[in-house]
Design a protein around this ligand. Structure first.
Ligand code: TXA
Ligand code: MG
Length: 328
């Protein structure tokens, strides 16, 4: 099955039919591309785990078109959940809430909580609405990459990861570029499990309270595993000063094989080393991050030296993804 224009209604209908029949469909969202299956069908959800090579006890995010559908899967009555959903849905925020007994068991990886998100991307919204018409009230969808790899932000990345047979609803370049922020609302104090383009400060301002750091008892979450989002090349994070002195050492020496640099401040590197400039703006950096890592990989790099992003909450999402890629 090819890559189809996600704004074409016939393509949306074909994709919704596929979901209704228990098949898999990849689709654009504002964050990254998702690999979806109907969330109320455990056999369909099992196909996601098989396609990704992901352990079946890792919970997935269930995507919905309406608040009523979200309430079908989870209990959003907690004030923090309500407030965040009200302010940020549709948008790049996943809420972990208590799961309704008997629904979304496999999608939730057997947890008694469930991750819910109402995406804002027109392709995702059209697909979810077309699926709802066919009785599909929620679409379980992790990022459409093989387990542990960099999330796809273009339709072509999805095909690279999961093969040409998968139906992909193309929505172009994902506008945000990193995965949704995840807030766990199942405990007394909500906890930030994963920063996204929505950072801690922004979320706390809306909550009027501080968010907890993820606890040791937090459920296993692959997007929150230490080593994740990894390119093929080894990635090393260094601050600007470290990076400049490491490059100075290489001056005049034969260029090391397959070294690439991704930096905001370094303007020049010794011959034979690939240099890519990181944008100064955190949003622009998030937008291009995964595509750049893929491009550097494709250029044959074996080692990527990345300059640590500057401090400040707006860089948390990018810093988080880079730290995990470096840990892999
Ligand atoms: O932006 C996104 O969130 C993208 C798009 C496709 O929506 N999806 C995404 O899914 O990043 P995934 O599966 O790659 O990451 C989802 C994260 C995982 O770390 C998962 O374990 C966590 O959400 N999660 C989902 N349900 C959970 C639950 N009940 N408890 C704890 N963590 C949960
Ligand atoms: Mg993922």
């Amino acid at each position: 099955m090819p890559i189809l224009d996600g704004l074409d209604t016939a393509a949306q209908a074909a994709a919704a039919d596929m979901l209704a029949a228990g098949g898999l469909v990849a689709f654009a969202t504002e964050t990254v591309y998702g690999l979806g299956a109907r969330a109320d069908d455990d056999a369909a959800v099992a196909r996601i785990f098989a396609a990704k090579g992901r352990p079946a006890d890792h919970p997935l995010i269930v995507h919905v078109a309406t608040l009523a559908d979200a309430q079908h899967f989870g209990d959003l009555s907690q004030p923090a959940a309500l407030r965040l959903a009200d302010r940020f849905w549709p948008g790049p925020l996943t809420l972990i809430v208590p799961r309704r007994p008997g629904v979304g068991q496999a999608a939730a990886g057997g947890q008694d909580s469930i991750g819910l998100r109402m995406p804002s991307h027109p392709v995702a919204r059209a697909l979810l609405q077309a699926a709802a018409v066919r009785g599909v009230r929620g679409v379980a969808a992790p990022s459409a990459n093989r387990f542990g790899r960099v999330s796809p932000t273009r339709a072509a990345h999805v095909a690279e990861e999961l093969g040409p047979d998968l139906l992909v609803l193309d929505g172009g370049d994902c506008p945000l570029g990193i995965e949704s922020a995840i807030v766990d609302c199942t405990r007394g104090t909500p906890a930030l499990l994963r920063p996204g383009v929505l950072d801690r400060t922004t979320l706390e301002a809306v909550l009027g309270a501080s968010l907890q750091a993820p606890g040791r008892d937090a459920p296993r979450a692959s997007g929150t595993l230490e080593a994740h989002y990894a390119p093929n090349a080894r990635l090393r994070l260094m601050d600007g000063a470290q990076l400049r002195s490491a490059l100075e050492v290489l001056q005049g020496a034969p260029a090391p094989q397959g070294l690439a640099v991704y930096s905001r401040t370094v303007r020049q590197v010794p011959r034979g080393i690939a240099l890519r400039l990181m944008p100064d703006d955190a949003g622009a950096a998030a937008h291009e991050l995964f595509a750049v890592l893929r491009e550097i990989d494709a250029g044959g790099a074996r080692l990527i030296w990345v300059e640590t992003p500057p401090p400040g909450p707006q860089w948390d999402g990018v810093r988080d993804r880079l730290a995990r890629a470096a840990a892999a």
